[in-house]
Design a protein. Sequence first.
Length: 489
Amino acid sequence: MKIKTESSAKKRTSLLCGFVLENSNKVLGLPKFDSKTTSAINQSLKDMEGKLGKFSIVPIPGKPIQRILLAGIGKKENLSKDTIRFVSGKIAQKARELKLSEFSIISPPSFVTDPISAVSQIIEGTKMALYKFEKFKTEKIETSPNLTIIVSKSDKITKAVKISEIVANGAIFTKSIANLPPNECTPTTLANFAKIMSKKNKMKCNIISEPELKKKGFGGISAVGQGSNNQPKLIILEHNRGRKNDKPIVLVGKAVTFDTGGISLKPGAAMDEMKFDKCGGCTVLGIMKSISELKLPINVVGIIPSVENMPGGESYRPGDIIKLYSGKTAEILNTDAEGRLILADALSYGEKHYSPKAIIDFATLTGACIVALGTNVAAIVSNDEKLTKKINESSKRTTEEVWELPLNQDYMDMIKSDVADMKNIGIGRAAGTITAAAFLKNAIEKTPWTHIDIAGVAWTQTATKEKSYNPKGATGFGVRLILDYLQNL
């Protein structure tokens, strides 16, 4: 990844890419060429009309610039914080399709979008679009092409480039782990990833295993994990770069490395996708990696309860009553509602041991979330308006969309049990996402808290909107969102 301020006409490149607004007669930032080339560019502009995502390539034989790619970005009034990211991703994929070793993109001028935002979107779009999960492929894609971004000024751009690369790499790190199959990623594997990352990035790491989990009262994690030969783990990472007495932000991520549903067995169709039930925990790993590399001057704790939910002779059962870390009891009515049990333990632990200023959790928690919001928007449920507002602001900047659902006493009443403090599912299919959040709220005493249900957005599904920077598989949703939130505290 390079930044150049030289005239793009003088640069030697296999592919020079410029953005075009809809119905525009020029390419943004493109210099003047000879009459023959200019004529070819003008004809291409007429043909493509600057429509969003539409391309036209103009060859220039015998010149330092071998080809010019015109990339439509639509109408100026319709530009979003995602437009340049989306189109840049498509450009990068085209460059790889052409088997180029390098390509260049001219950053759009300031009258189109903020220069810092533009460069960030170009970097995030290209890096994430070129990511491909190939660990188990015998024939791999050739090396991805290198990008040069051409800007009018370099002021403050260098810092933006470094930040954007770290953020994009954090999302890719999350994707690379989330995409792993269950036989290659058990709770122990996930804990080892955390250990390696923490050592490399100078974070404190603590792993709590069986039987210590049982001894310390993590009843939810122990119950869900007891049916598998792969023992559960509680992974704790600490980034301490803030002032010593500053309360930390606690991030909690559900990491069920595979979810069969347990005794309440899931249907066989699409069960393979339950390798993605660890995406919440992978999101926390990606965020913590980026936080440390950005050297953010804050205190952040990442807590990842990790289990494998399997049916077996030792599995927990419908009808069981378990005692959670908070001391409250839960009646088990469905063993496939396991994520809230392990999250409740982690949330209680995080609040008790760290007295945080805020807690944010991520979980592929409910299918009901997909029914309610589809596969492009995450649900949030919170007990604090200020925290929700800040996350919403970050959502608008990063275009990782969230939508808040209510949580009042009526929903809390829906999980009351006749034989325990609460039950692990609500009443029928009603408000499934909210009643799951209501269960989690019982784990929080007084800390500002936001729950983010990423069941619909954590990986690409049937109705997922096409985004060039989210190839098939895990999306890394939440990494860019929360890094933006943390950088703007």
